[in-house]
Unconditional design. Structure first.
Ligand code: AMP
Length: 144
């Protein structure tokens, strides 16, 4: 399955972004309100200049204490996140997520962000694909 099909199946939901300069405390509120694990940092909701995961926040809190909540997201985010393209396969995306040890990838087309996929979306797509392949093979073996 391709990334564009995964996005379509999920209803092409808009990506939740925050602007550079947003306070980490405000980002925490947005993560909680939206019940999501990452925010893409973008000045215009098109260019993904960074990504801020709940893991980044937990790590900073443990290392530096609550003072980090009054910093800007720019200090805590991962810059230039690895992005997927709509034509990438679920296998290729899963490989990049596993190798990079992250669970989210913004999807960009012509330099513009059009969605985001999570490791959960990709695993779900792969499992559906494998189940269909199994049924097809079983049908061939059983002769129907
Ligand atoms: P996650 O597993 O996605 O919650 O993120 C784990 C770590 O990887 C955090 O430090 C994130 O900032 C970073 N990260 C998340 N997504 C990406 C990505 N697409 N490219 C690069 N780093 C990322």
């Amino acid at each position: 399955m391709l990334v564009q099909q995964i996005l379509k199946a999920r209803g092409n939901n808009p990506v939740i972004t925050v602007k550079p300069g947003t306070l980490v405390a405000d980002a925490v509120s947005t993560l909680a309100e939206r019940r999501i694990g990452v925010l893409v940092v973008s000045p215009d909701a098109e260019r993904a200049v960074g990504i801020l995961s709940e893991r980044d926040i937990v790590r900073s809190l443990a290392l530096r204490g609550a003072g980090c909540l009054t910093e800007a997201v720019d200090q805590m985010m991962t810059r230039n996140p690895v992005c997927a393209s709509p034509g990438d396969s679920s296998d290729a995306v899963l490989k990049r997520m596993t190798e990079g040890r992250f669970r989210h990838m913004p999807v960009t087309e012509d330099g513009k962000m059009i969605g985001i996929v999570t490791i959960g979306d990709v695993v779900h797509a792969r499992l559906s694909e494998l189940s269909m392949e199994k049924d097809a093979l079983q049908g061939m073996i059983m002769g129907h």
